[in-house]
Design a protein around this ligand. Structure first.
Ligand SMILES: Cc1ncc(COP(=O)(O)O)c(C=O)c1O
Length: 415
């Protein structure tokens, strides 16, 4: 294809006149290709997908019924803009009841989002000037950093390592970076490590933010999916509202990824700035969806049921992987199990296969064992297994887990 003048018009932030010319194949595309190759080599076989990062089930029937009811109301039909008070009030109640966060003002300290991804893409416009640093954990969900770079910001990565319980080491930030840093982005329970934060860690984050005049954005996409105890909200930390906001989403906690609804809560000024940019970005989520999300927030027992399912599956997966020699500990929440990738695999009558990194392990697992995982080589070589695999009921879950165990049974992994 010859270059049209359009090729010369792209912004530098997406590659300028080289846009679309890079031959690089990204991780998720490599996984897709490996799956296609595996299915071509094993016609009729099923790939056990432990890679997906979204729930296997639909929203609960009562939630769908509520959407039907709300969608039938003429007053919900139009532009929602920054939303009415229904979701805001439900969010404040939810934070109080489920997360123990007191005193959130629904009118001024809550604003809906069209999912947390949308909020993470909007907030940098309100905060980032060229040259500002964003402190992001790695591996992690990159959206805030990507948009910060679009505005000329820079990203300083904080590795999440097992030796520090997958919490960032704030003391490791070089002083010249810290001077120019504006925002610290956190996410617990964490994707991909499955790690949870602690009240002590959040307290140290608030102190660090105050000391260094930083804003904190806590992406709590998995916060409600806990296997024991209550969800830990950053906003429950004394002083948190003075330094930051928290992003909640119905995507994972209510099986509503496609519905696109969540909320941003916390510091009033930050919520207002988010709302101002949002108002110039979208016209709000459909009120029927917002009202249904509000219904969900008033029914946290739905999330509790979903968490019981993931917890059961996680116990099973941990057992299967431990039998194969992986070192795993059941996480306290989320649906992710993050393990060190093996350095080699030996199968009987087969050659010893060495792996240079987690990506090679993941490709081998898909093509040779029909098991799909997501590799992370950002801070050590690790694999992410997700318990969102398709299974109709607990018996079916056992069938899937047996299908994971069986092709691994005769493999000896070396770590
Ligand atoms: C850490 C993290 N944050 C945010 C999101 C996006 O959530 P939402 O569906 O609310 O946009 C995801 C989705 O995978 C995620 O893993």
């Amino acid at each position: 294809m010859t270059d049209s003048y359009i090729q010369q018009l792209f912004a530098e932030r997406i590659g300028g006149n080289n846009y679309g010319k890079s031959g690089a194949i990204y991780k998720f595309e490599k996984i897709k290709r490996a799956k296609r190759a595996a299915l071509a080599a094993h016609p009729g076989a099923e790939i056990i997908d432990l890679g997906v990062g979204e729930p296997d089930e639909m929203a609960f029937p009562e939630v769908i019924a509520k959407l039907h009811e709300e969608a039938s109301k003429p007053e919900n039909r139009g532009y929602a803009d920054n939303g009415d008070s229904v979701l805001k009030e439900a969010a404040a109640r939810y934070l109080e009841k489920v997360c123990g966060v007191h005193g959130i003002n629904p009118e001024t300290e809550v604003m809906h989002s069209i999912g947390s991804k949308a909020a993470l893409s909007i907030l940098p416009a309100a905060l980032i000037n060229p040259g500002d640093f964003v402190l992001m954990t790695t591996p992690g969900y990159p959206v805030f950093g990507t948009h910060a770079r679009y505005y000329g910001g820079k990203v300083h990565n904080l590795p999440l390592l097992e030796s520090n319980r997958f919490l960032p080491d704030l003391a490791s930030i070089p002083s010249d970076v810290l001077k120019q840093a504006k925002v610290l982005v956190l996410n617990y329970p964490n994707n991909p490590t499955g790690a949870s934060a602690t009240p002590e860690f959040f307290a140290s984050v608030v102190a660090f933010a105050q000391e260094n005049r930083l804003l904190v954005i806590h992406d709590a996409a998995y916060a409600a999916l806990v296997f024991e105890g209550k969800p830990l909200s950053f906003l429950a930390t004394p002083g948190a509202k003075e330094v930051g906001v928290e992003l909640h989403s119905t995507s994972k906690s209510f099986n509503m990824t496609g519905w696109r609804c969540g909320f941003v809560a916390g510091n009033e000024l930050l919520v207002r700035a988010y709302g101002d940019v949002k108002d110039n970005t979208d016209s709000g989520q459909f009120l029927a969806i917002q009202h249904t999300a509000a219904y969900c927030l008033d029914h946290p027992e739905i999330t509790a049921k979903i968490a019981v399912k993931y917890s059961r599956r996680m116990t099973g997966l941990v057992e299967v992987l431990m039998r194969s020699g992986f070192h795993t500990v059941k996480p306290k929440g989320s649906f992710f199990l993050y393990v060190h990738a093996p350095k080699a695999a030996v199968s009987p009558g087969d050659q010893r296969v060495e792996f240079k990194n987690a990506e090679e392990v993941s490709q081998w697992l898909i093509t040779r064992k029909l098991i799909s995982t997501v590799p992370w080589d950002d801070a050590g070589a690790c694999l992410r297994f997700s318990v969102t695999f398709i299974a109709a009921d607990p018996r079916d879950e056992e069938r899937v887990l047996a299908e994971v165990a069986s092709p691994l049974a005769d493999v000896k992994f070396e770590f």
